[in-house]
Structure formats: C-alpha cells, structure tokens
Design a protein around this ligand. Structure first.
Ligand code: SF4
Length: 171
C-alpha cells in the first residue's frame, strides 16, 4: 500500500514530456519554504494499492514517464518500489527526494536499495530557500541535483544526468 497525497495525471513540471506524478503522503524533512506542507503528516492521505495505482496511471495514453514525489517517496520505499516494478517496462521513472543520493546510498534498508535500483532519475536534496531559483529546470533550489541512477549505482557515487531533456542544457 502507498499512502497517497494525490496524483497529477498529466504533469509537465516534474520531468520532461507528459508524466503522471504520484505524491506520497508523509515527509520527515520539513524544509522551510516547502510548497506542499500539507503532505508532511504521515497519518494523512489515502491508502491505495500499488496495482490500482498502476492501472490508474495506464489510463493516460499520452504519459511516457512517471514521477514519484511527495512528501518523501523514500519514506514509503517498499510501496513505491512495488509500483516501480509494475511500471518499469513501460515508463521512464523518476523520483524526488529530500535525502541526498549519498544518504540513500548509505542506508541499509533493502526497500530503499530496491527503489533506487528501479528508478532512472533521482532529483535529490532538500529544498533550500537561500538556494531557490526559478530558472532551474525541474528543481526548486540550486543544491538539488538531477542524478542518473543506473550510472550512479554502477559507479558508487552520484553521477549527474547530462541529457538536455532533463537539464535544458545542450551537450
Ligand atoms: S522534502 Fe519536499 S515535501 Fe518534504 S519538506 Fe522538503 S520540499 Fe517539502
């Protein structure tokens, strides 16, 4: 089960192209200036089965990607990993997290490791008001990175994504 704060069926702000964004309910980070403080409480939201969520996502024929957001998706790593398993063959999968890649990579939690292994992109780090910029693509503050997860897991360190569709910067 995933405790859901909501779903955006055709988002264009959480990654390139038309995507379905799944907002998990519950976040431990409490970043000052957070746009979604209503997602902080862990007892809120609506519990939903992963299979039902995947079916709902597949109802949008235009979406080529799915983004997990929050709240903190890694606070529900087992549920989001199950959802990622169901979607992985058909969608580019991305997740926002208030943790850094290094923090997640060091966690011993098998569900966290599994979720990391199933995602294509991780946008990491807390929102930092002093680093806020409106010119960043798909990020709120300059400390956040768009990370290529398969390359990072293979290298054992954060490897930033260089694809223009994510960065807006031509190679
Ligand atoms: S991690 Fe995201 S949802 Fe959580 S407090 Fe920070 S900005 Fe808000």
């Amino acid at each position: 089960m995933i405790r859901l704060a909501g779903i955006a069926d055709d988002s264009i702000v959480d990654g390139p192209g038309i995507r379905v964004t799944v907002f998990g309910q519950g976040c431990p980070h409490h970043c000052p200036g957070c746009q979604n403080p209503e997602t902080w409480a862990f007892e809120g939201g609506l519990e939903t089965e992963e299979e039902a969520l995947a079916d709902r996502i597949r109802q949008n024929p235009l979406a080529k990607g799915v983004t997990f957001s929050g709240g903190e998706p890694f606070a529900q790593a087992a549920g989001f990993a199950r959802l990622a398993e169901l979607l992985r063959a058909d969608y580019e999968l991305a997740a926002y997290t208030g943790y850094t890649f290094e923090q997640l990579f060091a966690m011993e939690d098998p569900a966290v490791k599994k979720l990391l292994s199933l995602l294509d992109i991780l946008v990491d780090g807390p929102f930092v008001e002093a680093e806020r910029s409106l010119s960043l693509r798909f990020r709120g503050s300059r400390n956040q990175r768009i990370i290529d997860l398969p390359k990072s897991l293979a290298a054992g360190r954060a490897v930033e994504c260089t694809a223009e569709r994510w960065t807006g910067i031509e190679n």
